[in-house]
Ligand binder design. Structure first.
Ligand code: NAD
Length: 317
């Protein structure tokens, strides 16, 4: 049976990979995106096969059109930046929370069968306890984290109040091709790659022994497909990560080895630690395994190599 999927934020980094995977397995796909950070070129390879709606996911009339006739909604749209949410909390609230409530309301009216949401590990905050389990009390330290957590709560509330089948996926640090290195808010891996390819010295804040759980975008896409299909309970919240802790220093060495050539002589520039930065982060992935049958497959070295290759192709084109 052909399914009809809506990917909100489908022109973005993660959303565009999800669009490609849905088309690959034969789904009909519609994208709703306002192209605020998403790019046309992210959809270049599939544009003939996708119905693209340009509009704001917080606008009720746009959203009603977007969900009409759709079986599954993947909500990947956001102003995906902690700093932007601190600088512009209201704009961030509209993009990150109003959009969720609009989409949920429209999904109930349109009798959508599954609603999958891109939540964030940011919701865990600064609690030093590791690994991060979904049962821990969240402690959102930024407007962005609060908006993501509030969205999760709305998903659970819509599951209970209206029977909508929702699943929230708490992504950890996602990386891969098409992550925008030019943005000051982009992921550390894409910044390291872009800086090394320019022959410059990437900046490491603090002693570099802070850790993160880096998950490759293809794994995140697979988690979304599983969340849309598995018999997981309504309103579920599930970590999407590798369960492996990698320091920024090790990350730098891995990226430098993947870029190779002259970059092997480049040492990072050290700057003072950034205030408020979480020291360590790693996910407990037991729930993802049990509830979604999900386990990450792409090793960091391989994911970084694929990302470097794609950045090189882009620079050459
Ligand atoms: N990249 C990560 O490491 C990470 C980690 C945790 C959670 N997330 C979440 O995953 C999702 C995708 O992130 P990404 O890294 O691909 O970001 P991205 O900025 O590349 O993609 C977001 C997309 O949403 C679109 N968008 C923003 N506001 C919109 C609005 N009001 N209406 C319609 N479209 C809108 C943008 O144009 C863009 O195409 C986001 O919800 C983000 O918060 C990402």
């Amino acid at each position: 049976m052909t399914r009809h999927a809506l990917v909100v934020g489908g022109a973005g980094f993660i959303g565009s990979h999800l669009v490609a995977a849905l088309l690959e397995r034969g789904d009909r796909v519609r994208v709703l995106d306002d192209f605020s950070s998403g790019k046309r070129k992210n959809l270049d390879a599939v544009v003939d096969r996708v119905d693209v709606l340009v509009g704001d996911a917080a606008d009720p009339s746009v959203v009603a059109r977007a969900v009409a006739g759709v079986d599954v909604v993947f909500h990947e749209a956001a102003i995906a930046s902690v700093q932007r949410s601190v600088d512009h909390p209201l704009a961030s609230h509209r993009a990150n929370l109003d959009s969720t409530v609009q989409l949920l309301t429209a999904a109930v009216s349109a009798r959508v069968s599954r609603f999958v949401f891109a939540a964030s590990s940011a919701a865990y905050g600064n609690d030093p306890e590791l690994p991060k389990r979904e049962t821990m009390l969240p402690d959102p330290p930024s407007p962005y984290a609060a908006q993501k957590l509030a969205s999760e709560h709305y998903l659970a509330a819509f599951a209970q109040s209206f029977g909508l089948h929702t699943v929230a996926l708490r992504y950890f640090n996602v990386y891969g091709p098409r992550q925008d290195p030019s943005s000051p808010y982009s992921g550390v891996i894409s910044r390291f790659i872009a800086t090394l390819l320019e022959g410059q010295r990437p900046v490491i804040f603090g002693d570099g022994e802070q850790t993160r759980d880096f998950v490759f975008v293809e794994d995140v896409v697979r988690a979304n497909l599983l969340a849309a299909e598995r018999d997981v309970r309504k309103g579920a919240v599930v970590n999407v990560a590798t369960g492996r802790q990698v320091s920024v220093n090790r990350l730098f060495e891995t990226v430098r080895a993947a870029v190779g050539g002259d970059s092997l002589r480049i040492e990072p520039e050290r700057k003072p630690a950034r205030a408020g930065e979480v020291r360590h982060s790693v996910a407990d992935v037991g729930r993802a395994r049990e509830w979604l049958g999900f386990e990450s497959r792409i090793a960091l070295e391989d994911g970084i190599l694929k990302t470097v290759e794609s950045v090189r192709k882009e620079v050459a084109s």
